[in-house]
Write a new protein. Sequence first.
Length: 174
Amino acid sequence: IDDAGIMAIISARVKDPERLREKLLDRNQEAQYASHSDIVADIPDFIGARIALYFPNDKDKIEALLSRCFNIEKTKTFPSEQRQYEGYNRCFSGYRATHYRVRFKNPPETCLGNPLIEIQVASLLMHAWSEVEHDLAYKNKKGVVSFDEYESLDEINGLVLAGEISLQRLQRLS
């Protein structure tokens, strides 16, 4: 990414064991896992990475780079099915990003084999907003979310979308 002249912040993680346990217990009620392979097929993000782009226009360059290094098994573009807020109708589109589920074309020699990796690509602004929205509204880490909090999240999302437009223009002018 650096060699391609793309400005971004990259982070990666392996799913936290306690959060994975909670997710498996929750999803098993519906999925009824019978084997390890059932779990692997259902949970695509044991290993994840985020590419937070300074300039949203670089997403096509990132896709080209990913295609060179990985076999892309699935691409999911947001906004598609956005989370709805209970009792509040959004004015703005919410999360805007592309998630890729990939495997290495030439996997490194590890005990993991060639695992599925989820790579999320969005603007740096969108990633920041989505972290707040995820923890506040989706995971309810602060308890019940009020109408005013939903409205603030929506308003900030609008500012993020406007900021992305400004960054696209700034990149064109550079």
